[in-house]
Write a protein that binds this ligand. Structure first.
Ligand code: PMP
Ligand code: GLU
Length: 410
């Protein structure tokens, strides 16, 4: 008789998948706080505000009215209509409700688009530093990631020439993310258009434009949607969601707009979604309508607050020894280079070998949580991410602790 194994076998796919570095830091902070430790958390990439109450009411009313059953896979037509109108009006993207697919969070939306576009062996271009989940999601599809590093003295942005050089006959898609997580910086409209001009000459290449931070901008740079550029509009999949602008991370609501080729990408994503998670939560659709239609004032208040915090943390980080930090102009992240400290010994006796050991020691010894740059791409390994989605008091205290700790490093 053949010997039977006593444990289930985990697929190689799942075994090789790393946990999300951002969620890992957030979980660690929770754990330490539960043990009574006074930790200042610059880890979580989520607004510290509550969802505006009118948006909550829209969902509560729909729930009470019995909107509790299955919905059309891409979402109810009237909700998609409101999203399409917003994209036409605010982003200059010519589209209709048939080009929109709503899903449970922009993260899963990005994943489904990659599933729809990337066959095994095809290439996915990711400008780095770039969000931690892009690479794992591309690799789950069998895609081959080509990182294109943006220089720190260019606010981490890639140039049209770099993009041109990275495109090959095997390129399936380029992922753009402005404002950027983790960089906190943005492409100007001229820079976006110059990147679009490059892709316009390569008709086999699609663009995923992740614009989830579009509303949170405060540095004087205007947000520009590449999906409005006539040379590429048919090949752009614009991704957005409610999480960041409306402080709705836990609601899990994201959407895409793919107006090209008679809706072929939107239909492919709908097919995938219909077999995977069906659709977003039924009674949340009216909340999307409320947020997009009437949420402007609430967003503006949060945007202003993030602008104040950005200035504050940028000033405090720049004053620290051995820290170089481009000015954040969007989202709620600062992404300083702390590589000057590599090879040094911390007050607690640890050796700082890399960004990961830096963050571990900072958390252990100074009780400040930040995310190591490592999983944001090879060019991010000298960096750590500070998410300033917390009060000015916490920013001041967290930076005071960090600075005092750095000043004691041997
Ligand atoms: N894109 C970027 C760049 C992000 O930072 C996030 C953060 N979670 C997402 C997409 C996904 O957002 P969500 O799934 O909450 O809609
Ligand atoms: N996007 C946020 C972050 O980068 C939330 C966590 C996640 O989805 O990765 O922290």
């Amino acid at each position: 008789m053949p010997t039977q194994t006593r444990t289930v076998r985990i697929s190689e796919r799942a075994q090789s998948l790393k946990p999300s570095a951002t969620f890992a830091v957030t979980a660690r902070v929770r754990e330490l706080r539960a043990q009574g430790r006074d930790v200042i958390g610059f880890g979580a990439g989520e607004p510290d505000f509550d969802t505006p109450s009118a948006i909550k009411d829209a969902a509560i009313n729909a729930l009470r009215a019995g909107q509790t059953g299955y919905q059309p896979v891409p979402g109810p037509p009237e909700t998609r209509e409101v999203i399409a109108e917003k994209l036409n009006r605010e982003n200059g993207i010519a589209c209709g409700p048939g080009d929109i697919v709503i899903n449970a969070g922009a993260k899963h939306t990005v994943y489904l688009v990659l599933q729809a576009l990337v066959d095994p062996g095809r290439e996915v271009i990711i400008p780095t530093p770039g969000w931690v989940s892009y690479r794992p999601m591309a690799e789950l599809c069998g895609g081959v990631v080509r990182e294109v590093p943006g220089a720190i003295d260019n606010d981490f942005k890639i140039t049209p020439r770099q993009l041109e050089e990275a495109i090959t006959p095997e390129t399936a898609v380029v992922i753009l993310n402005s404002p950027s997580n983790p960089c906190g910086t943005m492409y100007t409209p001229e820079e976006i258009n110059a990147l679009a001009d490059v892709v316009a000459t390569h008709e086999h290449v699609a663009i995923i434009s992740d614009e989830i931070y579009e509303k949170l901008i405060y540095g004087g740079v205007e947000h520009c949607s590449i999906g409005a550029h006539p040379g590429v509009a048919e090949r752009v999949i614009t991704i957005n969601g409610l999480s960041k602008a409306y402080a709705m991370t836990g609601w899990r609501l994201g959407y895409l707009c793919a107006p090209g080729d008679g809706g072929v990408v939107a239909r492919a994503v709908s097919r995938l979604q219909g077999q995977m998670n069906s659709h977003a939560t039924a009674f949340c659709y009216p909340a999307i309508v409320e947020a997009i239609t009437n949420g402007g004032e609430a967003v503006e208040a949060m945007r202003r607050e993030f602008g104040v915090r950005a200035e504050l943390i940028h000033g405090l980080l720049t004053e620290m020894p051995g820290v170089i930090c481009p000015r954040p102009t969007g989202a709620f992240y600062a992404f300083p280079d702390i590589g000057a400290w590599f090879g040094r010994t911390t007050p607690g006796g640890a050796t700082i070998e890399c960004a990961k050991t830096f963050t571990e020691a900072l958390l252990e010894e100074a009780h400040v949580a930040v995310v190591p740059g490592d999983d944001f791409g090879d060019s991010a390994r000298r960096h750590v991410r500070f998410s300033f989605a917390c009060s000015t008091e916490l920013i001041i205290e967290g930076c005071r602790r960090t600075r005092a700790w750095l000043e004691e490093i041997a």
